[in-house]
Write a protein that binds this ligand. Structure first.
Ligand code: FAD
Length: 385
């Protein structure tokens, strides 16, 4: 098998962005995907993903600034229009499980502007959105939508145009570091590379366990559903925002995007599965829970028309994994913990830096592989952000 400077394992959004970033730097890069490119068994398929600055920590807000800049770079490099700005409203009901102060503090620290609204002001602005009295809301004007499957394909195409070699139907079964490099084992033979980027999401732990790495991940099979509103005009991009319900359970939703439907979902509502035993089938219980919630907040959503399943791969603290394997800097790992798509081009750039020998900067400290949440089996899991 030919040798390459870098191998990227897994060509979802994160791996495709990494392959494009590496190829853009003139190094030889091979991308290895176990299924077809663009398959729907992982986390990067379907129509849309939220992009936003409104986050609960300063480091995420700071990283979000990089993400917006990196999406602009990707649009310029690919010639594709990818970011749709809609505005976004985070809704905090009385006694919300997610503290609003975390979001306002983080955005204030990074000078991100937002409006604070009450329930009446929300409905006055967006007639289709009906939060209960006492709800406080944060409106951030730059929140928007990026395309999931289409965005991933754009990054794969850019990687190929820049000279990367992408292989589909090529599962990696093992990684063997030695003095010459990393031996990447596949059923078709072993590749010798200088370094490896692992962006395998729900399938990552079997690849890292032999290297002594434990991440304490939980895979859930989430569901998003599409509804057909009788008055679609109320849900157009300029008439309806992206919204997030900041409580437990937490829900989120979109304006119309490319079709006359509105999409919504519960965050972290899906059953715990493995990447192998996920069902892929619509879940009536999840749909019933979501429909019941929407009947209150977005009563004009209309009847459900379809549902899609998708995998979350959750760290115990719901923070990303982005960094080198401790003691083996030639193997670098990237994982989005169920909220990484908006950062895909940024993951790509930062993982490329690390794969080419760069050292992790202070902004990556919260995402390191040897943090307590990942290594301490007694760490109290918290996925609500
Ligand atoms: C329902 C849902 C809603 C979401 N909403 C948002 C949102 O609004 N905003 C946001 O920012 N994020 C959101 N996310 C999260 C985001 O989609 C993911 O974090 C992101 O897509 C992860 O990309 P990935 O490339 O790491 O994973 P994946 O797309 O799953 O890619 C991993 C790839 O690795 C391949 N692979 C695995 N093991 C091997 C192997 N051994 N050999 C070869 N290939 C291998 C897999 O086949 C797969 O293609 C959402 C996710 C879901 C499920």
């Amino acid at each position: 098998m030919p040798s390459f400077d870098v191998a990227v394992i897994g060509l979802g959004a994160l791996g495709s962005a990494t392959a494009a970033a590496l190829a853009g730097r003139g190094v030889s890069v091979v991308g290895l995907e176990q299924f077809e490119l663009g398959h729907d068994r992982g986390a990067s398929h379907d129509t849309s993903r939220i992009i936003r600055h409104s986050y609960h920590t300063q480091s995420y807000v700071a990283l979000s600034k990089q993400a917006y800049a990196d999406w602009v770079m990707l649009e310029e490099s690919s010639g594709a229009s990818l970011v749709t700005t809609t505005g976004g409203v985070d809704l905090f009901p009385p006694g919300a499980a997610i503290p609003m102060i975390d979001y306002t503090t983080a955005m204030d620290t990074e000078d991100i502007a937002y409006d604070v609204l009450d329930a009446d002001e929300v409905t006055a602005r967006w007639a289709a959105l009906r939060p209960p009295p006492g709800t406080a809301a944060l409106y951030q004007a730059e929140t928007g939508i990026v395309p999931a499957a289409r965005g991933t394909t754009v990054m794969q195409r850019l990687a190929t145009v820049r000279g990367a070699t992408l292989h589909r139907q090529t599962p990696v079964t093992g990684l063997r570091p030695d003095t010459t490099g990393i031996q990447v084992v596949t059923p078709g033979g072993t590749l010798s590379v200088g370094s490896v980027v692992v962006t395998a999401d729900a399938w990552v732990e079997p690849l890292l366990r032999p290297l002594g790495i434990r991440l304490g991940l939980t895979v859930t099979e989430e569901q998003v559903s599409y509804f057909a509103p009788p008055q679609p005009g109320q849900f157009a991009v300029d008439a309806f925002p992206v919204w997030i319900w900041m409580d437990d359970p937490s829900y989120y939703g979109f304006p119309m995007y490319g079709e006359a439907t509105v999409k919504a979902a519960q965050d972290c509502g899906g059953p715990v599965v493995t990447a192998e035993d996920r069902s892929g089938q619509p879940d009536r219980r999840l749909l019933a829970g979501l429909s019941g919630f929407l009947a209150g907040l977005v009563p004009g959503s209309g009847p459900p028309v379809r549902s899609r399943r998708c995998l979350y791969t959750l760290t115990p603290d719901r923070d990303f994994v982005l960094g080198p394997v401790p003691g083996e800097p030639r193997i670098v790992v990237g994982l989005g913990a169920g909220h990484g798509f908006k950062f895909a081009p940024t993951f790509g750039r930062l993982l490329a830096d690390l794969a080419l020998g760069g050292l992790p900067g202070p902004e990556l400290h919260p995402f390191r592989l040897d943090r307590r949440a990942l290594v301490d089996a007694a760490y109290a899991t918290s996925w609500l952000v």
